[in-house]
Design a protein around this ligand. Structure first.
Ligand code: ZN
Length: 65
């Protein structure tokens, strides 16, 4: 059961191009640092992620390249 929680994925929508993708918590997030960075595989926008504990979902901010 623990393993399942560890690999839980979250559905996110790129705020720049609107495409849907799946992400999981980063190692930093698991350790209490609520910040992540990545890029959109579709439009290459830089995505800043933070986890919303209340809603159990990933909040995303996108910066267009
Ligand atoms: Zn995108």
């Amino acid at each position: 059961m623990e393993d399942k929680a560890k690999f839980k994925t979250y559905k996110v929508v790129c705020p720049v191009c609107g495409k849907t993708m799946w992400t999981c918590k980063s190692i930093a997030m698991e350790n209490g640092i609520n910040a992540g960075i990545g890029d959109c595989p579709y439009c290459k926008a830089i995505l800043y992620m933070s986890f919303n504990e209340e809603n159990q979902e990933m909040d995303l901010k996108g910066v267009k390249k």
